[in-house]
Unconditional design. Structure first.
Length: 399
């Protein structure tokens, strides 16, 4: 029996609130707080259970501290934006409450993300006897747990890791992003980066692609190499990994729109003066693009996110592929969101459940792969994200 304070009432906040509400034996009390309280109230109205809601600017640490003192949660579950991470961690330290998020910190004025800022909180969380769990979404999150599972069950040594994220869904809009447009476009337009033989190697944005034949009827799709945050923690915690890469599918339509928007400066985060007012083009673009939350009823098709791993087991070479398939329309029927928010919100709830039930405990700042993957894998199957270990022939796969 525990009380959780969820921060952020966007696409992911909505799913995580629905999923926590489905597990009253652990999440006996839920408070959902965000910058715009009416969004919290709209989510609360969809639930069969009563939850409380509140308004908070999570960048204002004293305001966050006051809310935590009033709500008295056992855990703060942060599904606002990456910009808020450090402020919410500061408020947790000030009030003595555990912390969880789904994306690592990013400074608003620089399109850069890395774990250093949050790993630097290690000593402060340890000294207070508190736990912070970082990146409990799908990728990062489940992909880290898949890697830990592969290491525990299938490999003596992992040599290569390819995380492959496919959204084979269609929302019918000319151009839209499936999660926060500002964060999504910042991520996609940065330089590609991967890890090989102890070094980080860079590529031009989305310049490297391959074709991957996805299972269960999804079929072949172009996958593009890009940098993703879980690579940093995974090669740190599994130093045996010789090559770690992240790939994502994009439709030609998405890439064409993005190219034009970039070409005319609409994805820039440099402020420009417009009629006497300073505006950031990317933030303006976000304001005119469809709200990812509105794509829920429109999106059809499935996602397929997984890890393709090679290495050694009992002295022999081995290739292994583990994935989840998630259906956009089924997610909408269950929690009124599309699969991107669903595949993030479910693992956020499970990560919180691991902490609150004592299955995953420790003091300090942790990434998902540092804990025993088994209880988490078991809960994925129970709470809507069943995983599959590919049983077909993988010998022909060349990436
Ligand atoms: P949305 O933009 O839909 O929602 C963000 C929410 O945070 C909004 O309700 C917003 O409020 C609120 N918010 C923003 N700033 C503040 C603030 N200062 N104080 C309080 N609330 C604030 O984003 P998503 O739901 O799509 O994404 C949420 C998080 O999940 C992001 O960090 C994203 O990077 C992460 N993510 C992780 C994935 C993974 O697999 N690990 C995949 C997808 C997303 P308002 O409505 O007023 O703007």
């Amino acid at each position: 029996m525990a009380k959780v304070l969820i921060i952020g009432a966007g696409g992911v906040g909505s799913v995580v609130t629905h999923k926590c509400a489905q597990v009253p034996e652990v999440f006996s009390e839920i408070c959902l707080a965000s910058r715009t309280k009416s969004k919290c109230d709209a989510i609360a109205a969809q639930l069969k259970r009563k939850i409380s809601t509140a308004q908070v600017d999570a960048d204002n640490v004293p305001e966050m501290v006051a809310l935590i003192k009033q709500v008295k949660p056992d855990l703060v579950l942060n599904v606002a934006l990456p910009y808020q991470d450090l402020h919410i961690m500061d408020a947790c330290l000030a009030t003595g409450v555990d912390y969880l998020d789904t994306a690592n910190y990013e400074p608003p004025d620089e399109a850069k993300f890395c774990y250093k800022w949050q790993w630097d909180y290690q000593q402060r969380f340890q000294e207070k006897g508190l736990m912070a769990l970082l990146g409990s979404g799908f990728d990062p999150g489940v992909t880290n747990v898949f890697t830990a599972w592969a290491k525990k069950k299938h490999f003596d040594e992992i040599h290569t890791l390819d995380i492959i994220d496919c959204n084979a869904g269609d929302h019918g809009q000319p151009f839209a992003t499936n999660f926060n447009p500002e964060i999504n476009i910042r991520e996609v337009t940065q330089r590609g980066k991967y890890y090989e033989n102890g070094q980080w190697l860079e590529t031009e944005p989305l310049s490297r692609f391959e074709t991957f034949d996805f299972p269960e009827g999804i079929g072949p799709k172009k996958i593009y190499l890009m940098y993703h945050e879980e690579l940093e923690s995974l090669v740190h915690h599994f130093p045996e990994i010789r090559r770690g890469r992240f790939w994502m599918t994009f439709s030609d339509n998405y890439l064409n729109h993005l190219k034009v928007l970039e070409g005319i400066g609409m994805t820039s985060i440099e402020p420009v003066n417009y009629q006497g007012q300073e505006i950031i083009p990317l933030q303006f673009l976000k304001a005119v693009l469809p709200d990812p939350g509105s794509l829920g009823p429109l999106t059809k098709g499935r996602t397929c996110i997984g890890c393709l791993i090679s290495g050694i087991k009992d002295g022999k070479k081995k290739v292994y592929y583990i994935y989840n398939i998630c259906d956009h329309e089924a997610c909408y029927r269950e929690v009124k969101s599309q699969a991107i928010s669903y595949t993030t919100g479910v693992p956020a709830m499970i990560g919180a459940l691991m902490m609150l039930t004592g299955k995953w405990r420790g003091t300090g700042v942790f990434n998902m792969e540092q804990f025993d993957p088994e209880p988490f894998m078991e809960k994925l199957n129970l709470h809507g994200l069943p995983w599959v270990e590919y049983a077909g022939d993988l010998s022909g796969i060349k990436l």
